[in-house]
Design a protein around this ligand. Sequence first.
Ligand SMILES: Nc1ncnc2c1ncn2[C@@H]1O[C@H](COP(=O)(O)OP(=O)(O)OP(=O)(O)O)[C@@H](O)[C@H]1O
Length: 525
Amino acid sequence: MNEDFADLLDPLRALNPRPLVAVSGGADSVALLRALLEAGSDPVAAHFDHRLRPGSGEDAGFVRDLCAQLGVPLELGGADVRRVAQAKGWGLEDAARRLRYGFLARAARARGIQGILTAHTREDQAETVLMQLLRGTHKAVGIPPRRGALQRPWLTVSRDRARSYLSALGQPHREDPSNADPAFTRNWLRLEVMPRLRTRFPAADAALARYAAWALEDEALLAALTDAVSAHAEWSSEPPAVRRRLFARVLRAAGVPFDAAHLQALLAAGESGVTRHFTLPGDREVTVTRGRPWIAAPEFARPDFDYPAHWTLRHRRPGDRIRLPGGTRKLSDVLTDLKLPRGWRDAVWLLAEGAQVHWVGLTPPLWSVDAGSGRTPWWDEMGLALDEARLAAQAGEVPIGAVVVCDGQVIARARNRSREHGDMTRHAELEALRQAATVLGTPYLNRCALVVTLEPCPMCLGAALEARVGQVVYGARNLKMGALGGVMDLTRAHWGARTEVTGAVRAREAGALLEEFFAGLRSGG
Ligand SMILES: Nc1ncnc2c1ncn2[C@@H]1O[C@H](COP(=O)(O)OP(=O)(O)OP(=O)(O)O)[C@@H](O)[C@H]1O
């Protein structure tokens, strides 16, 4: 016997020797109980009576007698699932699952048991993954082989094998009559769809189960890539598979129910750059703006700099105005143009002098042209880097400038000199880092910030990491060579040194300088 059913017994030998095994009384779980005993395990059985059918108590009786016969301790539980489902507004299958798994977890805890086993088979796995794909679940990975204390050791074992094992033992089991009702989707798949699929695809179950196992492995890798997305990353430049998971995480964290079609619509809105509002199941409102989904108004930034005493920090009021390069405008019009969702506008912080607004706490912040002394952090240092970039432009170099700041002091200023030297390592950042090392008498610049007008390339960021620069501050995004998310984000990897990153400081000015320069080149100027 042992050798004939090695495929059933072997996966059980590696398990906790005293598991809690969930026994419905059906063929698979009775087979699992018997197989555990044969594999030398010392299980405790658990049965849950859902009280959904008149004869359900008989299943409990069957399991009780079986356990008594086999000398296996048993935990019995039950609930009026239909009543709970109605009271809580849950679907019947969902309520049955929640109550059953809740009972299994309590029973395991009460007995001090770590592992809970269910007898899900390869066919259960095939049906589940097919159902997920057809329903449009955003992630079709089937039944996980492990989740917390739960384990499904027979996900690759066929139902036929479990039944043959029972026949060989002469072990009876219960047949749940509701399993024969094709009104339930899973039964319909099991009774009508899968048999037809097998006529053309004899290995359909194995193929679907394998797909689920591999999809779960792929999912783990993609989840790790999603974890690695840094706080300063722009989601729009992430690959679609990561972006999809970033969106899904926001929804899951807020408990918003969604499927693949919802996710697709949200992602499309994110790509279009247009602000859109969605109502997801459960009347949950989601707004997609700035390439991300938002469930509620985000926490808007307050000023993190000193501002004149006569300015007040407040939210918007009717009549607020702001002076912008094109003239004075109503703040409400500006917020509309910026596509800020209507419901969030009152949450934005601003600094104002009467009705004259000087600063609006968006990302990046909005400043009035006459803001005077109030500035974002790194404003002045970036100003020096921009001056360097302008000097580079005058010398016919690509206009990029950099400064190094140490303990509040600017200790190095440099500009791009690649053309002058015919040497692509003469980037502004490298020039500035060399100068800083000379000034400080050490190549290690932990206390320093490298402030540069354009997101650094891999070479310059690599040098900054080698020099252990404490902070990198950049202006415009570099979509051709950026190593902080423009093309890829090097800080995602674990380097010896950690560098804090701030982007989009005076990005418009830095970007405009580059655009002008390249426009000039194109027109032969
Ligand atoms: N009422 C129950 N009490 C305890 N465990 C259950 C119960 N119902 C299901 N389970 C566990 O969940 C697994 C999958 O449930 P499912 O409903 O697919 O199986 P089943 O058709 O009830 O019976 P079986 O899988 O034993 O043939 C079962 O193998 C069993 O381990």
